[in-house]
Design a protein around this ligand. Structure first.
Ligand code: ZN
Length: 332
């Protein structure tokens, strides 16, 4: 089954093309209309293909800005090979500044491998999975914490037990040279995630959480921009610059599983007890939930279950039971 999305660019043509992917979407105001999603292909002759993506979640901005700048600035004459850039992958969500699509509530990063006849979000996932991943020699999906989370910024990879791609991912992660390189080690890798789906297609894949809280971190953004160019060097599309070795060797950390996460124990207002970036011990206080609707009720505490670095915290003060309020990473 082929995708209904029509590319108004030619993936095989040399030069820089900035065009559209048209996803048929029939609604009251436009019976035969399409959702026009921006895409760029920057190509010069034969060589490897690097696929950069942002806006998988619409409210995560560092990657979207970095890729728009890359599209404007990258001169095809300076590369050998092909760079495909999808700067707003879940385009309806990116335009709304929301994590999920306002059209179908679809979370693109839980939608792979997608469905050619599914919802708008499922159709986008299917196009990426069936058309873009097979062209790529490396995939990098740029995220941030979005509206509800703040992160100590890092580049990342998903480790799939036994996969021969893990080594290639680590090499690309080191080359990206972000301060922190994080390895997601879930008990069961979730193939609905874009990087895991890409690895199922045999494509080494990176990710990263480069900020959060619905803001733009300019320092992190600058490091992402440097990392994108270093990725092109690492993959052989560009010459190695003289200052290549000047970039820092990343601190390597991992998230081993759910025990390193803390969840709100009750609905209310969450008061964090630690700062983002703090090093804590198992049993340390994570925070309290307060009850402004019942002020005499004692606050309910929650605690960390493991040692580690507080790499993520909830951004919003209001919580429901089951909201993630923090998670840890450990040195790896
Ligand atoms: Zn995200």
């Amino acid at each position: 089954m082929s995708s209904r999305i029509i590319a108004e660019i030619d993936y095989e043509k040399d030069g820089k093309q900035v065009g559209w992917l048209g996803l048929p979407h029939s609604v009251t105001r436009s019976a035969y209309g399409k959702i026009m999603m921006p895409i760029a292909v920057i190509k010069n002759g034969e060589g490897p293909t690097v696929y950069f993506q942002a806006g998988n979640h619409g409210d995560e901005y560092e990657g979207q800005i970095a890729l728009v700048k890359l599209i404007r600035e990258l001169d095809p004459a300076r590369i050998q090979g092909r760079v495909i850039v999808l700067p707003a992958a879940n385009f309806p969500a990116a335009m709304a500044g929301t994590r999920v699509s306002p059209i179908d509530e679809g979370n693109l990063n839980r939608a792979f491998p997608g469905d050619p006849d599914g919802t708008v979000t499922e159709q986008i996932a299917y196009y990426i999975d069936s058309v873009l991943f097979p062209m790529a020699d490396l995939f990098h999906d740029l995220h941030s914490g979005g509206s509800s989370l703040r992160y100590v910024p890092f580049a990342s990879m998903h480790e799939i037990p036994g996969s021969p791609l893990n080594e290639k991912c680590i090499a690309a992660l080191e080359a990206f040279a972000f301060d922190i390189a994080l390895i997601w080690r879930p008990a069961k890798p979730d193939a609905r995630f874009a990087p895991v789906a890409a690895m199922k297609r045999g494509v080494p894949a990176l990710g990263g959480e480069f900020g959060g809280g619905g803001t733009v971190d300019p320092k992190s953004l600058a490091k992402v921009e440097r990392g994108l160019r270093r990725t092109l060097v690492h993959m052989g599309l560009m010459e190695r610059p003289k200052d290549w070795a000047a970039a820092p060797k990343p601190r390597r950390v991992a998230v081993p599983g759910q025990d390193w996460y803390v969840y709100a124990p009750a609905p209310g207002l969450f008061e964090p007890a630690v700062e983002l970036g703090a090093t804590i011990r198992s049993g340390d206080l994570c925070g309290h939930v307060h009850f402004v609707d019942d002020p005499a009720r004692p606050a309910v505490p929650c605690h960390f279950k493991k040692d580690g670095l507080v790499i993520c915290q909830r951004h919003y003060g209001r919580v429901e039971r089951g909201d993630c309020v923090a998670h840890l990473a450990i040195d790896a």
